[in-house]
Ligand binder design. Structure first.
Ligand code: UD1
Ligand code: CA
Length: 464
């Protein structure tokens, strides 16, 4: 909607001391993604393409984590405050930029609507600076927005610098750390910021009274979206931000026709899609690029990562599914595990305590109980008995097991790969199969049962 040439500067150089962490703050995750990724996506979706990211503390780690994003990095070393961070970035702001937006990497949940509203107000008033504020029940550690009798913003004062000024600490309108600046004003005024007498830092917020002193317009937009605008400085604020993201995502799915039995305990990452009339029980984690079809039922305590479920799939309690696929109407669990590259075709049934890895189970395969299928291809309609194990690993290499259409694998069977069980073949229960079983034949390999008189057994023992 705006036509101004804009550069966004994101401040992310600080250590985030209050996180008590050895990782840079902006890389702490919210539902599987670094917090700063949310902000970058929002800017990119708005079409803001010139993005400068100010890094400092563990700069390389941040740069590496964000290497796929179209951002330009500016290194701020040492970190002397938010004003100093923008001073460092300014050299990289193109001369033709008219508007510089400054955002905090640790307040990453700001919405596109909030950014647009801030920019619109800024443009309408041709302000030198427009700040975004929220009103809290208690201003906590945030910067306080000071207004004159006419209600005009005159300054933002840091709480740390105001400990002996209760009238300032009593202010409940706080600075969120998102601003639009007139680029020319910013370029000239940045050098005029004094050091805080209390902390020695150079505060970006001092530009507000500098603008005022120059007779320039300062505007402030009180934004109602408090939960999305608060900074993340501690683990408990990180947890609150996670709740905010979770609730937004879950609300979106419910609006689109998904039943979440208890949305407070359903954790769905941003990249997940879910079809209508799917029902999800509590304590379910849907992660990465997971795609879930319509009319699925996902019971409690299930984790699904980077996987696809077609329509009508039923996942019973306690399953883990990673990088796998379940065809229409397939069902699994309770307590079953699909490891990467498991491909369960339509109508497959995988029951309790079954593990599948890198295997194709063709239509209608049933593996009901206590089974491991690894590096296997199992033909349509095959019945895999309880306790069947593919012995796919010889200590050095992995080998393939092929079971052709309509075979029947008796219970407690070890299939020592590489091995082929032909179409329609039978394997007797308790066998250790080391050779191929031709189609239609019965493979059996176990010691023949002998039944002895009980008194003979007693005699043997005495002799031994
Ligand atoms: C800052 C604001 C405060 C506001 C709050 C909102 C200042 C002086 N204070 O306080 O008014 O209410 O945000 O969350 O601006 N950073 C750098 N380089 C530095 C220092 C900080 O890049 O030298 C980055 C941090 O990594 C962070 C952001 O700037 O992403 C804000 O810094 P932080 O130290 O968290 O400031 P607050 O005390 O939260
Ligand atoms: Ca902060």
């Amino acid at each position: 909607m705006q036509t101004n040439k804009i550069t966004a500067v994101i401040l992310a150089a600080g250590q985030g001391t209050r996180m008590k962490s050895s990782h840079p703050k902006v890389l702490h995750q919210i539902l599987g993604r670094p917090m700063i990724a949310y902000l970058l996506d929002t800017l990119i979706n708005l079409g803001i393409s010139d993005i400068l990211l100010v890094v400092g503390y563990q700069a390389e780690k941040v740069q590496e984590a964000l290497q796929d994003y179209p951002v330009r990095f500016v290194v701020q070393e040492p970190q002397l405050g938010t004003g100093h961070a923008v001073q460092m970035a300014m050299a990289a702001v193109p001369p033709e930029t008219q508007e510089v937006m400054v955002l905090c990497g640790d307040a990453p949940l700001i919405s596109g609507e909030s950014i647009d509203a801030l920019r619109q107000l800024h443009k309408n008033h041709q302000a030198a600076v427009t700040i975004q504020t929220v009103v809290l029940p208690d201003g906590l550690h945030y910067g306080r927005v000071v207004r004159d009798e006419a209600g005009r913003v005159t300054a933002v004062l840091q709480s740390k610098d105001s400990v002996d000024r209760p009238e300032i600490l009593a202010i409940r309108e706080i600075n969120t750390g998102a601003y639009s600046f007139d680029s020319q004003f910013l370029r000239e005024a940045l050098d005029q910021i004094p050091k805080s007498p209390v902390t020695g830092e150079i505060y970006l917020t001092d530009l507000i009274h500098i603008a005022k002193a120059q007779g320039r317009a300062v505007e402030a937009l009180i934004d109602p979206d408090v939960d999305s605008l608060l900074g993340i400085n501690s683990r408990s604020e990180l947890a609150q931000a996670t709740q905010t993201v979770k609730r937004k995502i879950n609300a979106r799915h419910m609006d689109r026709g998904v039943t979440l039995m208890d949305p407070e305990f359903t954790y769905i990452e941003t990249g997940v899609t879910i079809g209508r009339d799917t029902v999800i029980y509590p304590n379910v984690y849907l992660q990465g690029n997971t795609v879930i079809g319509e009319n699925c039922l996902i019971e409690s305590t299930v984790k699904i990562v980077d996987s696809t479920l077609e329509d009508g799939v039923h996942i019973k309690m306690g399953c883990v599914i990673t990088q796998s696929r379940l065809g229409k109407g397939a069902d699994m669990g309770p307590f079953a595990h699909l490891r990467p590259l498991s491909d369960l075709r339509p109508g497959v049934h995988v029951g309790n305590f079954v593990e599948v890895k890198k295997s194709v189970l063709h239509e209608g395969v049933k593996a009901g109980h206590l089974t491991y299928l690894g590096d296997a291809e199992v033909g349509p309609g095959t019945n895999v008995g309880a306790g069947t194990i593919t012995c796919n690993y010889d200590g050095a290499k992995k080998h393939k097991t092929t079971i052709e259409e309509g075979a029947f694998i008796g219970s407690n069977t070890a299939l020592v790969a590489p091995v082929i069980i032909g179409a329609g073949a039978y394997v007797g229960a308790g066998s250790t199969i080391t050779k191929d079983v031709p189609p239609g034949q019965l493979g059996i390999s176990r010691a023949r049962q002998v039944n002895l008189e009980r008194r003979l057994i007693g005699k043997k023992k005495e002799q031994g």
